[in-house]
Each structure stands twice: as C-alpha cells, then as structure tokens.
Design a protein. Structure first.
Length: 96
C-alpha cells in the first residue's frame, strides 16, 4: 500500500511517499520513510502524529493512501497570538 509522510520544520519541509505491506503501523511508516534521519529533532515519544489531520497513535494500522503528519510542538500560546493580532489590528485602525 502507498503511504505518505509529511513534516514541516520552520526552514524546510518533507513530503515522502513509501510502499508498505498490509498491516503496517504509523510507526513502521515513519521509521521506514527516512524522515527521522532527515530531521533528527523529531521525537516520536513527545510529538503528536495524525492521519489526515486527526490525531492517532503510533501503533495505529494504516490504510492505502493514508497521509501521516508529524506535528511540531506548539512554541507559543495560541491565545497570545490572537491577542497580539487583535491589538495590532486596532493600532492600524487608529492610525488610518
């Protein structure tokens, strides 16, 4: 079965396609893809993974055509990003 693996680091990203036997797991695909060698900062014990944007476990079985995504840790509080964007929007409105 054909599986793809996606990972995006701040400076570069990877989209890899591999063939796996039926019954392969998310972990099998990630390990066989070579993405861990390309991005040694990936820590599968800490980072979350998903299939088509739905969180999943490393031992989940795959289906033909699945896209595995490896998510980077959040480095800022999403609430703070919204507040900052709102504040910047208010500043621009008052300047105009």
């Amino acid at each position: 079965m054909k599986i793809s693996i996606a990972y995006a680091a701040p400076a570069r990203q990877a989209w890899l396609s591999i063939d796996l036997p039926d019954g392969a797991t998310v972990r099998d695909a990630i390990e066989r893809s070579g993405v861990l060698q390309q991005f040694p900062e990936i820590d599968l014990e800490q980072q979350k993974v998903g299939i088509f944007s739905k969180l999943t476990k490393l031992d989940a079985a795959l289906a033909d055509g699945d896209r595995i995504e490896i998510y980077r840790p959040i480095t800022c509080d999403p609430k703070m990003v919204k507040r900052k964007a709102k504040a910047e929007g208010e500043e621009e409105a008052s300047e105009g």
